[in-house]
Write a protein that binds this ligand. Structure first.
Ligand SMILES: *[C@@H]1O[C@H](CO)[C@@H](O)[C@H](O)[C@H]1NC(C)=O
Ligand SMILES: *[C@@H]1O[C@H](CO)[C@@H](O)[C@H](O)[C@H]1NC(C)=O
Ligand SMILES: *[C@@H]1O[C@H](CO)[C@@H](O)[C@H](O)[C@H]1NC(C)=O
Ligand SMILES: *[C@@H]1O[C@H](CO)[C@@H](O)[C@H](O)[C@H]1NC(C)=O
Ligand SMILES: *[C@@H]1O[C@H](CO)[C@@H](O)[C@H](O)[C@H]1NC(C)=O
Length: 954
């Protein structure tokens, strides 16, 4: 009995105890059970199958409680798979959640109302939707991270405004989870926010002004998909606590604000891969804690500072020198100050790189005698003011800034410029005062509303009929005798210009003298102009004769200038074609002339159906000689050729026919009869490379494999190397492009059309001065100056490599602006492996990955070849080496090479011909040269470079 009582007492005593241990809030318990049910591998939790008391004791693994309520679940890194229950937010006392690095999938449940939740880590799972009320009522939230979940992948999501109620929030991390749209303003009102990580999303728009003054330490906004976050960096300079700013891979623009010096805690500032312009401010590089500064791939300018920062990267900008610590030349410094005055328009910021404004690629800048003489930026959308630094460019002759949005006044020290002849600032928004220029300067200021009725203009002066307001000098001044000096060429032009407005004096004698002087001056000018003109012409002729520009040296040994060419030996002309022709040719053995009659009959009298292409200077026909041999005949429109040009034509042929290389299309012969000029080439059955790269779908061709492309690149490189250096004379092709690269049966390539540019039947002068080439392939310095070296060919070769990699044509007006010019776009993406991967021609198929190393080596080579500065481009020999080592890795192709180059000459001719003919598929109706007249440049003297480059879109 006593024992029974004792037991009862014990029971009574301990009852409350058992009540505590067995009574986890049933609601919380139910949610945990639901959670376990949703998992595909719940055993990993090691929760008891039968227990009903997670808050224990003993506590269930990974669960923490306070009293009967669950406050934490910590299951990070367990490899759990499955879905979370919908009613998850009924764990209303939850404070801390560690779900990161599992394999949870399905929708995130709403966390709405978890008012005790402080920490929530859900990083690296497979959650695929986030409900719109997820963040509502999370009033205690301190840190939340949802990184690396494919949330709302198809449409993206933006951060709901509900989060604004989480006023304690310190860390918000949403890296790579499909956040789209602009950065929400309200984040700028969250007082405790110290770490904001939003990298690898699709954010756009600008840094909100509300972010000013945020006490952020970490700001990661890097690598946004699409255009990225844009606008300036000014807001950054107000974040005094900032230590880590990762803003790379966006579209930030404008200069780096000097006020960045206020961010004294900055240790890592990564601004690479944006569109930043301007100079690197001193305040940036003197930041006391800065350890890592990345600036590469922007449009930054000026000198590279010599800094003591541990990690400093700066490549691919528009700096003037490539080494740190080297100052820019005075001219460049002055021009960059001018650019700063007009807020660094992006186009100019990318074009005005290097330390030589006269290198030929500075848009809107022309030089004479190696110094800047013309600034030509009319209608360029410039805003800002005209920098006084222009006053330091003492060779300036013309300044053309009309039709912009320039404000402020004209700097006074422009009047210091001794050579200045013209300033056109018409149609801007300038304000007075207008400085007093000397009479030799023509000043055009009309269309500046605030300069109307300039005070310096005498009221009696009638408005000039051309609304040209000349320099504000007196109509009649004692300077007149001055302008009579023959040396003062400019001042006389200005009299000439404004003479009508100046007949105003009452003093007849003075007037008479003036008229006489003016007449004399005009006469003098006319004589001067005549002299200059004659001299120019003489010069032109002499450059024509000189071989300093090594384009096509004449064959001077040929005294009578008649072409007597030896029979082409088969071994020289790559394949059996030569020997076949020498057999087939029925006329004039020992000479390359072929009768027009023969060519007429072989092309069915130049029948339209035999047209295979239209080159810059004629139509190309395919033809078949009577013995079955196939040829390509180029018929030049030559009716305007003079005798002299005719001689030149023959002399050129003499040279061209000596150029023999297996990777150059062989000139087999020619015809001159009456007005006919015909060139006969070997026929390449697979036609132009461009067809196989850009039109293979339309023409139902097989897309080229990477192996074929490599071999084609190598062939072209070898042909060009030969042209450049292996012959005694140095040849420059001037128009290398994929439509001038022809393919043989085995897809081995030959370069065609070399040297023919000089044969343009456009009248004598233009033959000499013709600027040849095709937009998209033109080396910038050649496009601008017309001066040509072998490096211009290397540039074009680089563009061809880009075409081989991307399958995109060098220039396509149908593409968006960003990618229109392959060369400039490619230069931007080539160093980013991912972007390069995306740019690789999809026609290369699924094995992209294994060839990617090879592709990226070629991409490097392409970038190298198309370097902006000619001296940075390699010789073709270098390209041959790089490509040969890549092509060698494809061992099986060696036998292929045998088949191609070791043409079996023992094989009966007719059999060879048959092989060629059989190869033609029904699809190939347009063989040979593509239409390359479309992109060709009309003859233009080199001096017209400005209009030329602007047409080029750079
Ligand atoms: C995650 O789940 C997917 C299927 O949903 C499965 O293929 C994958 O192996 C899982 N990963 C891990 C680490 O368990
Ligand atoms: C995510 O997508 C779901 C379903 O498409 C939608 O209901 C929800 O509102 C989206 N989330 C956000 C935050 O917009
Ligand atoms: C939250 O941000 C601070 C920096 O502001 C950082 O030190 C801390 O590690 C962050 N917390 C987490 C979990 O990343
Ligand atoms: C500098 O860069 C190297 C290599 O990228 C890295 O290992 C190192 O930690 C960086 N140092 C600093 C101070 O960021
Ligand atoms: C031009 O004027 C500015 C002030 O307006 C002055 O600082 C600068 O030195 C001047 N430059 C020259 C070349 O006179």
């Amino acid at each position: 009995m006593a024992t029974r009582i004792a037991l009862l007492i014990i029971t009574v005593l301990f009852y409350p105890c058992s009540l505590v241990s067995g009574e986890t809030d049933p609601n919380d318990f139910a949610v945990l059970i639901e959670f376990r049910k949703g998992l595909t591998n719940p055993q990993l939790l090691k929760w008891p199958e039968t227990g009903d008391d997670p808050c224990g004791p003993p506590l269930w693994p990974h669960v923490f409680c306070s009293g009967f309520r669950v406050t934490q679940i910590q299951v990070q890194n367990l490899g759990l798979s499955g879905r979370l229950p919908n009613n998850f937010n009924q764990l209303s006392k939850l404070e801390n959640l560690g779900f990161q690095r599992n394999n949870f999938s399905g929708p995130l449940p709403s966390f709405s109302g978890l008012s005790n939740l402080q920490y929530a880590y859900l990083v690296s799972n497979q959650f695929d939707t986030i409900p719109s009320d997820f963040f509502s009522g999370l009033t205690s939230l301190l840190e939340i991270a949802l990184d690396q979940n494919p949330l709302n992948q198809s449409s993206g999501w933006s951060i709901p405004r509900d989060l604004q109620a989480s006023t304690q929030l310190r860390n918000l991390s949403l890296i790579q989870c499909n956040v789209v749209g602009e950065l929400p303003d309200f984040l700028g009102t969250m007082p405790m926010l110290t770490a904001l990580k939003l990298s690898y999303n699709t954010l756009s728009g600008e840094l909100p002004a509300s972010f000013a003054g945020l006490m952020l330490e970490i700001l990661w906004l890097n690598n946004q998909d699409g255009a990225g976050i844009s606008g300036g960096l000014d807001v950054l300079t107000t974040m005094a606590s900032l230590t880590d700013a990762w803003l790379h891979g966006n579209g930030f623009s404008g200069p780096i604000p000097p006020a960045i010096g206020a961010c004294t805690s900055l240790t890592r500032l990564w601004l690479n891969n944006n569109n930043l312009v301007g100079l690197i401010p001193r305040n940036l590089i003197t930041l006391p804690r800065l350890q890592s500064l990345k600036l590469e791939n922007n449009k930054l300018m000026g000198p590279i500072p010599d800094v003591k920062i541990a990690n400093f990267t700066y490549s691919s900008n528009s700096f003037c020198e490539s080494a740190p610590g080297v100052p820019c030349s005075l001219e460049v410094t002055a021009l960059l100050e001018f650019l700063a005055g007009v807020n660094y328009p992006l186009k100019l910021a990318s074009s005005w790189g290097g330390n030589d404004p006269c290198a030929g690629f500075w848009e809107g800048v022309s030089c004479s005698g190696g110094k800047v003489s013309v600034i030509n930026l009319p209608n360029f959308n410039l805003s800002g003011s005209i920098s006084p630094s222009l006053g330091e460019l003492d060779s300036l002759v013309d300044v053309r800034l009309g039709g912009n949005n320039l404000s402020g006044s004209m700097p006074a020290n422009l009047t210091d410029l001794k050579m200045l002849r013209l300033i056109n600032v018409s149609a801007n928004n300038l304000v007075p005062p207008v400085p007093k220029f000397s009479r030799s300067v023509t000043l055009l200021t009309d269309g500046n509303p605030l300069l109307k009725a300039p005070s310096s203009l005498p009221p009696s002066l009638p408005p000039s009929p051309t609304t040209t307001i000349s320099s504000p000098t007196e109509p009649v001044t004692p300077e007149t005798p001055n302008s009579g000096k023959p040396s003062s060429f400019h001042s006389s032009t200005s009299i000439h210009h404004n003479g009508s407005a100046k007949v105003k004096s009452n003093h007849f004698d003075k007037l008479k003298i003036m008229i006489i002087v003016a007449v004399v001056v005009v006469l003098l000018i006319l004589i001067l102009i005549l002299l200059i003109f004659v001299k120019r012409r003489g010069k032109k002729d002499s450059t024509n004769a000189s071989t300093s520009v090594v384009v096509h040296p004449k064959d001077s040994s040929d005294s009578d200038n008649r072409v007597k060419l030896s029979v082409i030996e088969a071994s020289q002309c790559s394949s059996s074609t030569g020997s076949m022709l020498s057999r087939a040719r029925s006329v004039e053995e020992g000479n390359l002339t072929i009768s027009v009659q023969l060519l007429r009959s072989s092309t069915k009298n130049f029948a339209p159906e035999n047209v295979v292409g239209r080159g810059g200077f004629g139509v190309v026909y395919k033809g078949t000689l009577h013995d079955g041999m196939r040829i390509a005949v180029k018929r030049m429109e030559a009716d305007s050729l003079s005798n002299k040009a005719l001689d030149e034509f023959q002399a050129e042929i003499a040279v061209l026919s000596r150029v023999r290389h297996r990777n150059l299309v062989c000139l087999l012969g020619y015809s001159i009869e009456g007005s006919e000029r015909l060139l006969v080439y070997e026929y390449l059955p697979k036609g132009a490379l461009s067809k196989h790269l850009f039109q293979w779908r339309k023409l139902c061709l097989e897309p080229l494999s990477w192996k074929k492309r490599l071999n084609i690149a190598l062939d072209v490189a070898r042909g060009m190397e030969y042209l450049h250096s292996l012959t005694k004379e140095c040849f420059i092709h001037r128009d290398l492009k994929s439509s001038n690269i022809l393919l043989d049966d085995d897809y081995r390539a030959k370069v065609s059309d070399f040297g023919l540019v000089k044969l343009a039947p456009n009248g004598n002068n233009s033959v000499v001065t013709k600027l040849a080439g095709t937009f998209g392939y033109l080396a910038p310095e050649y496009a601008v100056t017309g001066k040509i070296t072998t490096k211009a060919d290397v540039y074009s070769f680089g563009v061809v490599l880009m075409e081989l990699i991307t399958g995109m044509a060098a220039l396509d007006d149908d593409r968006p602006e960003e990618t229109r010019y392959l060369a400039s776009w490619f230069a931007e993406i080539k160093s980013d492996k991912e972007k390069l991967r995306d740019a690789v021609d999809s026609a290369l198929g699924a094995d992209k990955e294994e060839i990617f190393n090879s592709i990226s080596t070629v991409a490097d080579l392409a970038g190298h070849c198309a370097a902006r500065e000619p001296y940075k481009r390699p010789e073709m020999g270098y390209a041959v080496n790089v490509l040969a080592s890549l092509a060698n890795k494809w061992k099986p192709c060696d036998d292929e090479q045998e088949v191609f180059f070791g043409v079996d000459l023992q094989k009966p001719l007719i059999q060879l011909v048959k092989i060629w003919q059989d190869d033609e598929t029904s699809c190939e109706n347009s063989l040979e040269l593509d239409d390359n007249s479309k992109g060709s440049i009309p003859a233009k003297p080199a001096g017209f470079a400005e209009s030329f480059t602007s047409a080029d879109g750079r």
